[in-house]
Ligand binder design. Structure first.
Ligand code: PLP
Length: 366
């Protein structure tokens, strides 16, 4: 039996006829950008997340970049301002800051692999203006201490919700708990398009209008340009697909949770360490293993696909030479030991069983 880490073909096939119908409607409409499908999805997604505004854009990185760019245009952030961000995040979180000439301050994670709230306060300087909170692996990174710190120090709270679609914190969806949030609908995300897509959600009307303008060349109305913008818009085909898939997001997340709970209960912890977060939509199911590469190879030899999120942390990447001498032991340890197990809504019980048995066999035998 071959078990894929992720099987997008199967995931798409679950709602194939509805998706085909939605795409065909757009194809036949002759209207492919800034139309009814985008409008519909933005309204539905804002309602789902619980914000006043949703602005579709090209992808998750653009969503993040547009948020910070808009705050600069509005004079709330300035070149050189410091933004606290988890050191073990995906590179896109960091790129959105450096692209805007803001200074990322890398903070180490806690036991759930999320930004460690107790380290935020020590990272704050007179130049700190914001926290970029990443719900990494689909686990809620928000907590009362972060809320309190942001209020006490008047810091903007921006969420990178690329991996956290559907999470709820204190009765509110992530994407609605800070000042603004970026969402990615990259195909492999919990809510995935059939190509690149993203969105910003916020309750701040001025920010929303600025972002919509910046993503549309910086235009306020046709051929009038108050800002130097970019072109980053959600297209009608992706919006139509996303509107269909949004209906199934909560069920898909429930299925991910059922799989994760089986892993939590049935994987034996002899040679691996489980993370066991208490609030997650399990975009990724990470385990930690000192002999990670051996385990990954063994699973591959048994036909089981896994991934590493992420093998090289941002501060050790060649694109950020200024950080290459920085030592962040917890982040580096995660990069060296993390392994992501298959955990997607189209996985069968039998496949989950096989993954568990194969890992437990390895733990006991090797
Ligand atoms: C996927 C992802 C992004 C970037 O989204 P794209 O749509 O691929 O540009 C940003 N941040 C995190 C945490 C992600 O996982």
């Amino acid at each position: 039996m071959k078990i894929d880490y992720l099987n997008l073909q199967r995931i798409t096939r679950q709602h194939a006829s509805e998706i085909h119908e939605a795409v065909e409607k757009v194809v036949n409409s002759g209207w492919y950008l800034q139309g009814e499908a985008t409008n519909d999805f933005e309204t539905s997604y804002a309602k789902y997340i619980g914000t006043q505004h949703c602005i579709g854009c090209g992808n998750g990185l653009d969503a993040l970049t547009l948020i910070f760019r808009a705050y600069k245009v509005l004079g709330k952030l300035h070149e050189g301002d410091e933004v606290i961000v988890p050191a073990n995040t995906y590179i896109a979180s960091i790129l959105s800051l450096t692209e805007n000439r803001l200074k990322p301050i890398l903070a180490e994670p806690d036991a759930f692999l999320q930004l460690d709230a107790t380290r935020i306060e020590t990272a704050i300087t007179p130049k700190t203006r914001a926290v970029l909170l990443v719900h990494l692996y689909g686990t809620c990174a928000m907590n009362d201490l972060i809320n309190d710190i942001c209020h006490r120090h008047s810091l903007l709270l921006i969420e990178d919700n690329a991996q956290g679609h559907g999470l709820i914190w204190h009765g509110k969806r992530t994407g609605s708990i800070g000042d603004a949030a970026a969402h990615s609908f990259y195909p492999g995300k919990n809510l995935g398009a059939l190509g690149d897509a993203g969105a910003v959600t916020t309750d701040d009307e001025t920010l929303a209008m600025t972002i919509r303008s910046l993503g549309n060349y910086g235009s306020s109305r046709k051929y009038v340009f108050p800002y130097q913008g970019l072109n980053s818009r959600l297209d009608e085909v992706q919006a139509a697909v996303l509107k269909v898939k949004l209906k199934y997001l909560d069920d898909d997340n429930q299925r991910r949770k059922t799989i994760a709970e089986r892993y939590d209960e049935e994987l034996n912890q002899r040679s691996i360490k489980l993370v066991r977060p208490d609030n997650s939509v399990y975009h990724i199911y990470p385990i930690l293993c000192e002999r990670r590469d051996e385990l990954q190879e063994y699973l591959a030899s048994k036909g089981i696909g896994t991934m590493i999120h992420y093998p090289i942390p941002p501060h050790q990447q060649a694109c950020y030479p200024e950080w290459n001498s920085l030592h962040l032991p917890l982040t580096e340890h995660i990069a060296q030991t993390e392994l992501s197990l298959p955990c997607h809504p189209a996985m069968t019980d039998e496949e989950v069983e096989t993954v568990i048995q194969t890992i437990n066999h390895w733990s006991e035998t090797y």
